[in-house]
Design a protein around this ligand. Structure first.
Ligand code: SF4
Ligand code: SF4
Length: 377
């Protein structure tokens, strides 16, 4: 085992291979507060990549309701069983990752879902925590006591992938040019060690081809400077994809750096697993706080505070308005007065959007038409 730096844990950790970061790392930010679970992203991904034989139950992108929805069934409950409660001191993880404290000969703490666990992708949809009393209505419900939230999930293209660590044939690799994690189908022998080793259960086994398959981050699009299908199809404009700077480096003009490192409003999912995942989430502000600490680590309270102050923060607000505004990868952004501008790698303008969308409040009674108006949006 090598000793590698995991900035999300605030410490070094053990990993089967030495630290070997890609030249640049693709990363995503998802704003969970804006997701409506329409599953457009799921279908955009499925109809692009997994429409073939043996891929019937394969959803490289899925959206589940937390805390009772899962795909596959119980994936995060199993992860908690394997890891135990995460112990953080400040920003440092004191407990062990999936790569640490292993019996001799083992490389990753994991488990393999049963085949039927993949058969109910929408299980638990819209099931809330808590019980609404008869006659209660939304403003009277106890805040953070009765809730559910949506979690959109793809492969995290981790810096220290559990799937790579677990594969006995080195059939999974991380591309040096962009950090995308891929399965080499010609080397895979279908041992499913990767599916067992991925804490997020984002490697899936194709029973027809007898090989493992996974999200490929739409690499043909990334190579052309375009964002993946799940991002550009998103109805709620909750997603942005770009490149994150290496640990210790921050470019405040880079949208991903700004959200993850400057504002710290977007956090990795279950960082305690130790894979340094590269999908970052703005936590759902109405979910139970203990649950959020478990899911996103100790920064979740501050992230929510920052998010709730977005309306008073023109730069953050401007960047939030740039989500879903262009198919191209935005490398930089700036806010000028009431306009947010997204730019490419060379600083050329890609898109500009108003920071505040205009709104009109209609009069309650329209005297010309003799009709009552309702302002419902
Ligand atoms: S999320 Fe899973 S499949 Fe994707 S890179 Fe990480 S460990 Fe591998
Ligand atoms: S398309 Fe966007 S809003 Fe719809 S489910 Fe997917 S992430 Fe959520």
């Amino acid at each position: 085992m090598a000793e590698v730096n995991n900035w999300q844990l605030g410490r070094t950790m053990q990993y089967p291979y030495p630290e070997n970061r890609p030249r640049r790392q693709i990363a995503w930010v998802f704003d969970t507060n804006k997701c409506i679970a329409c599953q457009t992203c799921t279908i955009a991904c499925k109809s692009t990549w997994t429409w073939g034989s043996g891929q019937e139950y394969m959803l490289w992108n899925n959206v589940e309701t937390k805390p009772f929805g899962f795909f596959p069934v119980g994936w995060d409950v199993e992860l908690m069983n394997v890891l135990g409660p995460a112990k953080w001191t400040g920003g440092k993880l004191e407990s062990q990752t999936i790569f640490e404290g292993l019996p001799a000969g083992e490389r990753v703490k994991g488990w393999l879902p049963a085949e039927e666990d993949w058969a109910s992708p929408n299980i638990g949809e819209d099931e809330p925590v808590g019980v609404a009393q008869q006659g209660s209505y939304i403003p009277s419900m106890p805040h953070n006591e009765m809730w559910f939230s949506y979690l959109a999930r793809i492969c995290n293209h981790c810096t220290y992938p559990g799937c790579v660590a677990a594969c006995p044939r080195q059939a999974i690799y991380k591309r040096p040019e962009d950090g995308i994690v891929l399965v080499d189908q010609s080397r895979c022998r279908g041992y499913q060690e990767c599916a067992q080793g991925c804490p997020y259960k984002k490697v899936m086994f194709n029973n027809n081809t007898r090989t493992s398959e996974k999200c490929i981050a739409c690499f043909p699009k990334i190579e052309q400077g375009l964002q993946p299908q799940c991002v550009t199809s998103c109805i709620g404009r909750i997603r942005i994809a770009g490149f994150i700077s290496p640990p210790g480096q921050v470019n405040p003009q880079n949208p991903i750096d700004y959200l993850v490192k400057v504002k710290k409003v977007a956090l990795p999912l279950y960082p305690q697993a130790g894979t340094e995942p590269n999908v970052y989430y703005i936590p759902p502000m109405h979910a139970g706080r203990d649950y959020l600490h478990q899911m996103f680590g100790p920064g979740s309270d501050e992230a929510i505070k920052t998010y709730q102050n977005t309306k008073n923060d023109p730069e953050l607000l401007g960047l939030m308005m740039l989500f879903g505004s262009t198919e191209r990868i935005m490398h930089r952004f700036r806010v000028e007065g009431e306009t947010a501008i997204g730019m490419d790698e060379n600083g050329a303008e890609l898109v500009r959007v108003p920071v505040r969308e205009p709104s009109w409040v209609r009069t309650y009674f329209d005297e010309v038409r003799g009709a009552y108006n309702h302002n419902i949006t």
